[in-house]
Design a binder for this molecule. Structure first.
Ligand SMILES: O=C(O)CCC(=O)C(=O)O
Ligand SMILES: [Fe+2]
Length: 287
């Protein structure tokens, strides 16, 4: 006899430039092989998956995440959010309370760990406490951003390599710059150039692999020319037609593909609590 309350497993695409909602799946339980495969395909097709009504311990959250890959572990020379010398937590508290990370301010569009040699393939963020207003997270489809460039620009950027400087090694007293214009200043971090147009390792689609604000440099271009090109590409990226705005509910897990999307977070009222847990999965060398 089936219970009246059991919800059927369903993957429903959003009416948006990316994203699908997954209902009827309990991440605290073992997930059937055919469902895992359907979810992997859906991630490839929709770039972000939103799992509703989850109630997981940290251990269950890890077990669920590891169906999709192994843990992203940065090297000591490439610190990331929450890195302390020699260790980065497995589950990162993205929270404005209790010693968590990222505060209450706006976070500009980015993909996680892009400045490392093997950036994270995807991240999962699980909502435990959500403010009454603000703090929405937006995900942007970087394949659409690429495809809507004009042909001249596509040709111009086809073989360019981009360096993204590690924001966690940035000197706090220095103003943040969008582009490294003065290349006589010695570098304080190792750098890992990646293609500005990235091919997705599963779909083969092309993606504009650039975030909205981190300091970058195009290899081999004159600084002024590189800076002008990056400014133009960033203007193009930042268009509502490319993104979906997620209004969090407690119990949501959003699993996004860092190889196909950028994400942005709105600021929220510092007197409210916002607590999420994040797991990032390992990735491969961009090509
Ligand atoms: O707070 C958020 O919604 C997103 C924070 C973020 O960028 C991340 O967890 O990678
Ligand atoms: Fe992030």
């Amino acid at each position: 006899m089936s219970t009246a309350t059991a919800i059927e497993f369903k993957i429903t695409p959003l009416n948006a430039p990316l994203g699908a909602v997954v209902t009827g799946l309990d991440g605290s339980q073992a997930v059937a092989p055919e469902k895992i495969l359907q979810l992997k395909q859906a991630l490839r097709d929709y770039h972000i998956l939103i799992f509703k009504e989850q109630k997981l311990t940290d251990e269950q959250f890890l077990n669920f995440a590891f169906y999709f890959g192994s843990l992203f572990v940065p090297s000591d020379e490439t610190p990331v959010l929450a890195s302390q010398p020699g260790v980065t937590p497995v589950i990162i508290p993205v929270s404005n309370v209790d010693g968590g990370y990222t505060g209450t301010g706006e976070l500009t569009f980015h993909s996680d760990h892009k400045w490392t040699p093997y950036p994270s393939s995807g991240s999962l963020l699980y909502a435990l406490e959500i403010p009454s207003a603000g703090g929405n997270t937006y995900w942007l489809n970087t394949n659409l951003a690429y495809e809507t460039l004009d042909e001249t620009t596509k040709n111009q950027i086809a073989n360019l390599q981009l360096i993204t400087y590690n924001p966690f090694l940035h000197d706090r007293n220095e103003p943040r710059k969008p582009y490294r214009l003065d290349n006589t200043i010695p570098l304080i971090s190792p750098v890992f150039p990646h293609p500005l147009v990235r091919t997705h390792p599963e779909s083969g689609k092309k993606h504009l692999y650039l975030d909205a604000a981190t300091e970058v440099e195009i290899v081999g271009l004159e600084p002024q020319e590189g800076a002008a090109l990056i400014e133009r590409l960033r203007k193009h990226l930042n268009q509502p037609q490319f993104y979906y705005q997620h209004n969090w509910s407690v119990g949501d897990i959003v699993y996004w593909d860092n190889q196909a999307t950028l994400h942005y977070r709105e600021a929220f009222d510092p007197s409210e609590r916002r607590v999420l847990h994040r797991i990032s999965l390992a990735g491969s060398r961009p090509f």
